[in-house]
Structures are given as C-alpha cells and as structure tokens.
Design a binder for this molecule. Sequence first.
Ligand SMILES: [Zn+2]
Length: 354
Amino acid sequence: MTYAEFRDNGYNYFDKNNNILFSVDKMHNYLLDYIDANLSCLPKILEQYITQRIDASDFELKKYKNNIEKINKIKELLISAHPYYEYEYKRTIIKAIGNYFNELLLYSVFFQKTLPLNCTLDEDWYLEKLHVLIPSSLVVAGDYPNNFSPFDFYHKYKIWIDDRGYQAGEIEESLIPDIPSEMPIGFSEELRIQEIIRNLLFQTLCISQPLKDLTNSDITKATLPSFYEINNLQELLQLEIANMSLANTVVKRCENCGKYFIPRHKSQKYCNRIDETGLICAKAAKKKLKKDRLQNNPALKIYETAYKRNHARKKNHIISQKQFNSWQHKAKKKLMQVEEGTLDISVFQEWLKK
Ligand SMILES: [Zn+2]
C-alpha cells in the first residue's frame, strides 16, 4: 500500500514506512509528460512475449525460451512514462499478463473454438500455463501481489464462465454478451487509464479557465483533504488534477516541442524541456526561427556569409576594427535597400564580394 499527501499545488508520494518515493511540485512535470508518453507498443511487446512461451491457439507450452528482455523492455517503458511504475511495475505487469491470458482463453474457446472449454477449467492445466507465463523476476519467493496470484486469475476466469451458465450448457452461446471477437489487447487497463487522465486534464482545464478571474473569491480557498491511500495510478493522477484545478493551474502547449507545460508567466511560449536537437525549447525555437528567416530571405543569407568572412578577417588583423565597422554600416544599409526593393540582389552580391 502506498500513500499521497497533498499540499499547496503538489504532493509527496510515499510507502507504508513513510519513505518519500517521489515528490511533485507546482510544475506537475510527471503528469504532463505522462499524458504524452507513448505506451502504444506495450500490447505488441506483451503479445510477442506470451506467444514466444505458449502457442496462442492450443496453449501448448513452447520449448522453454528465456525471453525476459521483453519484460525488461515493458518495465523500462512503464517507468519512463511515470515514476509511479518504478514502485508498481511488478504488480502492473503480472496483472497485464493474467488479464491477457484470461482474455486469450475466452477468445480461443468461444470465438476461434481452438480449445475445448472443459480443458481450460481444469485447475492444474490452467495454473501450469500461467505459472510459465509469469516470469520469476517479478515474483520474489512466490510472493504474488494481493489479488494477482495465478489462482486469483483462475478464480476470475471461472466466475466469468459460471456467471454465464456455460458449464450447465443450457444457454445459447450466440446470445451471450462480451464474448471477445478479436484478439485481445494487452495492457488495455494501463492504456485506458492514460486516456482517462488525458481527457480529465483537458476537461478540468477548460472549466478552470473562467475561475482565473475569481482569484480572491471563496472558490479558490477550497482545499482537498491532504492524506490519501493510493491503489492505482488513476486515483493518484485524478487527485493531482483536482489539486491543480483548485490552484487555478493553467497549462499550455509548448510552441516548440508540442508538449504540455505550466507557464511561469502569461506570455511564456516554451517549456524547459530539451528537444530533439539537444537544446532547451526556447533556444531551439530561436534557432529555428533564425534558420527560417534566412531561408526566406536570400539577401540576409548572403549578408550573413559575408559578415562571417569579414569578422574573421578583423579577428586575424587583416582589416582594422574601424574598417570592419564601416563595412558593416554600408552592408546593412544595402541589405535594407534590397529588402525594400530599391537595390538589385545581384548588385548587392557583387558589392559584398569586394
Ligand atoms: Zn518544449
């Protein structure tokens, strides 16, 4: 069990021994990175992992294949999406494997009909398969997370079957709702949570905009209780968004990298992330803008080249500072004339060559 203690526009997340696991401040960077994190390859990796260990049609175990690198990749992806997963990845992955296994059974039994129902209801048969699928690196000394042992998943599977009266064989299959008609998608719960949080953040931001004018009213003095028991990432992030809403937090999209951030002042356009060019967003945007201006202005481009050449000449004492200043003054004047259309660019180019 983990806990979160909320304070003014932020919170601490900690374990049962009161150790702080991570903290969130008023910039809410973890949440804003999380809603943009790319989790879309998780289902594919899980499917590859499972079908390397088991035949997806008859559920025969394959010759033992130690494909633990797939699990490590999943762990890495989860943790890079949100630090919550650093402490919860074992439970998250075991849950995803168990749920996927159950859905795959339903799909094979009822839709593909490659597997007889009775065989899947045999407890030994079921547990043998699922034990092979849950990697031992996630289970220290047989210690499964609460509600997520192979037996718990077997129990859930059996209840699903019992609830629909399949064992009695009295009910027409085609009349039963929620028989999976497509290959199941792994990690559907984690993907769903991300979608919910993304939508919730947008909705909350929209309705929080008018509140900005009421900064001194009683509405903004509302507070949340500060202490919470946290059962999953969705709970934690919903509380965080409520906390942001009460603090009238405004979120913007960075005009450089497109990710969300919380501006320190109204006119801030860029976040403090490092973009793919290795520069902080504001600097990267400035560089791009300059490049665009040069590309759209051939006269400025040839001026810049000549400027660099003359600057180097000055540095190497080929021309004096005075000569350089005089050149720059004239060159700028001519550049302006080209831009105004009173001087031909080819004449300007010839002059610069001198
Ligand atoms: Zn940015």
